[in-house]
Design a protein around this ligand. Sequence first.
Ligand code: SAH
Ligand code: F3S
Length: 482
Amino acid sequence: MQEKIIDENKQGSPLVMEPKQGNSKKLFIESYGCQMNFSDSEIVASILAHQGYDTTQKLEEADLVLVNTCSIRDKAEQTVRKRLEQYNAVKKINPNMKVGVLGCMAERLKSKFLEEEKIVDMVVGPDAYKDLPNLLQEVDEGREAVNVILSKDETYGDVSPVRLGGNGVTAFVSITRGCDNMCTFCVVPFTRGRERSRDPQSIIQEVNDLAENGYKEVTLLGQNVDSYLWYGGGLKKDFKTASEMQKATATHFAQLLELVALAQPKMRIRFSTSNPQDMTEDVLHTMAKYNNICNYIHLPVQSGSTRILKEMNRQHTREEYMQLIDTVRKILPDCGISQDLIAGFPTETEADHQDTLSLMEYVKYDFGFMFMYSERPGTLAARKLEDDIPEETKKRRLQEIINLQQKHSAYRTRQFVGKTVEVLIEKESKKSEAHWSGRNPQNTVVVFPKEAYQPGDFVMVKINDCTSTTLIGEAVGYSKNL
Ligand code: SAH
Ligand code: F3S
């Protein structure tokens, strides 16, 4: 997906750093993969604004092309490789154009990238973006430019992101980097390094800046937000050896959530992603206590079979996950819940697959992100387990999972028909110029006739109809809640 770049001046945001006068070079940056990558690209754009780079949407006029890459599945990597071929065609017309690869593929392939893809001038891992000015100089001087060093404490907490391609209403704020979980299928701990948390003060500062600039919703981002832990900086794993003082004053996720909710009571707060093993009841109570924290949890389960969960090194059983769902429903009866699921993990039997379907039946998720298992080089699963489920079987199981999810999504959206829900207007509906599009707190998309309302308004919408993904209604006035 290509990022749409908002005219920075129109946005009028002090978060936007003015390019150096008379030295305006053009940066074309695009991102693939998770929300964290999109958020990281905003950090990169900010660092390069200091170097005299202005963003452009036109590939042909770029002096520097950066692609922020994803390694999560083989398909994601293939997409980037195809994109590099397209850059190559443009480089033939504009030979001075430099190309840099950022993100997880950069980290995974390191300098091999320079050999494999001749078009690439620069390879920069997720913790090395502050080194971009030096790396650009290396490129200018005709040297190889590679920095894939992973950091113990880099959180970019001191960089104010340049907001790219947003709607001016919703924004991402990263709160942790890296992941310590080592799920056996997952490449993220290798590409993004060990888990570290960002200083709560810099998080609040960023949220306050966003509010001042008219933003109405923030999503706190991390691979595993519930394991957020600030004790003065450094890796989460080193907390064990922290001083008594550091331990006593540490900030946990529920506390951070509360700080953010209190700092901006007129803003909606969301967060992603929650890992079932780390989600605690106090987070749910904090959600219940503040009505500006949206009742929505993305709670990936990956499989409904305890045996497969164990093979995946997920730290919970099927039953524990179901208990957590019960607790969520008890504390937050109207909470939206979504999933990630993997079909065809090594050794998955038909019975394991049925366990996944029956777990889905139990939860009836609002929506989900469903994938076929893709073996990633270097992961524990790749080293220890044979990728033994035939492609056809993986495909069939995935399709069954998708079909069931569609049924449940339709069931969930139907529950809203006849009800009036609060919607934050984000943008024009893709399907109709006469309609606005936004989301309710449960994260379901709502469309309704525009009337005199504007993006950024909190509106009460009476739901008259639905599809399996969208609620359709009409506005009945402004929300008194936010
Ligand atoms: N905690 C992370 C998870 C990142 S990966 C987060 O913030 O969402 C996102 C999802 O991709 C995972 O939950 C998993 O369902 C899927 N995934 C990861 N590795 C995969 C692999 N090797 N094959 C298929 N799907 C995978
Ligand atoms: Fe990956 Fe598991 Fe972390 S899915 S990002 S290792 S929680």
